[in-house]
Ligand binder design. Structure first.
Ligand code: ADP
Ligand code: ADP
Ligand code: MG
Length: 456
């Protein structure tokens, strides 16, 4: 096992990884930007190295500085967390080239799945259902028109290198196709450094259901069941996630798991990963993409299976074998996560910053808080608005929902504006309580709540 691991991230996920290491007897190195000198991950790690100025491009995305920090401190492995460098194959390669183990999948698997058009082709070949669409990036306008006529409208133009809910554009009819294509290509170039886009059938009211995978370096690929992530902001940011997915029959659950395992096997996957699917109104599911990293919402899966996904990421990277079989992975009860963010949903999710004059997180039975906040902490304006993940676990869904509502009411936070009241509102809706929501649900709820009566 490694003696020292460098954590190439910040915020709650850096703490999550440091905690896993500490329980395993592994020393930790934090990296931080000049804006994060007072951050909790810096205080909690055994060592900390400043890697640059506040902007992420100069610090948390600075591959040479992070590799240097690992070499200087003698870290044998690097955990990238999520976001930032976690899905950059160049980072995985840079680590390995310097004799540092990358705690994640092989660089080739990251590169393949990072091209979402290629990922669709791989999934289809592996026998997973994919939506009608293009398997290669669109090169010319003629190609676009031809493909679009085959697929039909409405359809989506999606950036092949997209992520974080960005680079997705709805096209309702043929007259909008070419202008939308041009905008999508230039936006993709600006946001992701590649103009490649592909087309995909649009599902009007889908559920987002994803499957957690664990694969070791000895050929074992297992799934840890699914998560429901249909509660998303209008910009496709997940707000509330749960495991298992409500109102899902056993046959579909089994089919989802099997499809996910086949996709992971098809790219020689190792470590933790997530296969995302959309489900239409008839209960049919389709592969949309694979996230080749730890997911924000991994704790709900940890709660129901009792498996520490981050510790297993580290063990797999160190060459250990998964010691359990698919049949031995349980589903115990129900878990739900709510993302508390420094955003104002009613005002188009405007971010808020400030100094926390109070942070008193909820507690009590079945409540887990993953957060980097402390009273007196000043939230820097440079990074993700995530403040805390409030994760509840209970014997059944009804009790989990009641527990989440209780926990959200307990949150005491002052000095920054948050989405807490909106989360409470969401949890109280009859649709959520019945476990019957699809991705347009939050946007619709917001429209009804807008002070002007809704203009979007
Ligand atoms: P999850 O499915 O784990 O919730 P998200 O898509 O929300 O993943 O991404 C996790 C974090 O990483 C978010 O903070 C998101 O903004 C960021 N992120 C993910 N992909 C990208 C990307 N390609 N470019 C920039 N940020 C990204
Ligand atoms: P990202 O890489 O940014 O996470 P995804 O391909 O995973 O992009 O899609 C993000 C979200 O966008 C999905 O969870 C869903 O809400 C919506 N979406 C993506 N593809 C489709 C589709 N074909 N039809 C309807 N909604 C979609
Ligand atoms: Mg996605």
């Amino acid at each position: 096992m490694f003696r020292k691991v460098l954590v190439a991230n910040r915020g709650e996920i850096a703490l999550r990884v440091i905690r896993a290491c500490r329980e395993m007897g592994i020393a930790t190195v934090a990296v931080y930007s000049e804006a994060d000198r007072d951050a909790l991950h810096v205080q909690m790690a055994d060592e900390a190295v400043c890697i640059g100025p506040p902007p992420s491009a100069e610090s948390y995305l600075n591959i040479p500085h992070i590799v240097m920090a690992a070499l200087m401190t003698g870290a044998e492995a690097v955990h990238p967390g999520y976001g930032y460098l976690s899905e950059r194959s160049s980072f995985a390669r840079a680590c390995e080239a310097h004799g540092i183990r990358f705690i994640g999948p092989p660089a080739e698997a990251i590169a393949k799945m990072g091209d979402k058009a290629l990922a669709r082709a791989i999934a289809e070949e592996a026998g997973a259902p994919v939506l009608p669409g293009t398997r290669e990036p669109i090169r010319t306008e003629e190609e676009a028109v031809q493909a679009a006529r085959q697929i039909g409208f409405p359809l989506l133009i999606k950036a092949a290198a997209g992520g974080g809910g960005r680079g997705i554009r709805l096209v309702r009819g043929e007259e909008d196709l070419i202008p939308a294509l041009r905008i999508a290509q230039s936006e993709a170039q600006a946001a992701f450094g590649s103009p490649d886009v592909y087309l995909e059938t649009y599902i009007p009211e889908p559920r987002h259901i994803e499957v957690q995978i664990l694969a070791d370096s000895h050929g074992t690929v297992l799934h840890l069941y699914e998560r429901e992530c249909s509660l998303q902001t209008p910009r496709h940011q997940k707000m509330i996630e749960e495991a298992p997915a409500p109102n899902l029959d056993d046959a579909t659950r089994r089919a989802l798991g099997e499809a996910a395992v086949k996709v992971a096997q098809a790219v020689g996957y190792q470590n933790a990963g997530t296969i995302e699917f959309l489900m239409n109104g008839e209960g049919r599911f389709y592969f949309i993409e694979m996230n080749t990293r730890l997911q924000v919402e991994h704790p709900v899966t940890e709660a129901i299976t009792g498996i520490d996904i981050v510790q297993w990421q580290i063990r797999i990277a160190a060459g250990e074998r998964l010691p359990f079989t698919q049949e031995q992975i349980p589903i115990n009860g129900h878990a739900i996560e709510a993302r508390l963010t420094a955003e104002i949903p009613e005002h188009d999710f405007t971010p808020s910053t400030g100094r926390l004059s109070e942070w008193t997180p909820p507690g009590g039975p079945g409540v887990r808080i993953d957060s980097h906040l402390y009273t007196g902490y000043s939230i820097p304006p440079y990074y993700d608005p995530l403040l805390a993940k409030i994760i509840v676990h209970a014997p059944n869904r009804e009790q989990a929902v009641a527990r989440l509502e209780r926990a959200l009411h307990e949150v005491r936070i002052q000095g920054v504006q948050t989405n807490r009241d909106f989360l409470i509102r969401l949890v109280q809706t009859p649709e959520f309580r019945a476990g019957r929501v699809s991705t347009p649900f939050v946007p619709r709820l917001l429209k009804g709540m807008l002070p002007t009566g809704g203009t979007r």
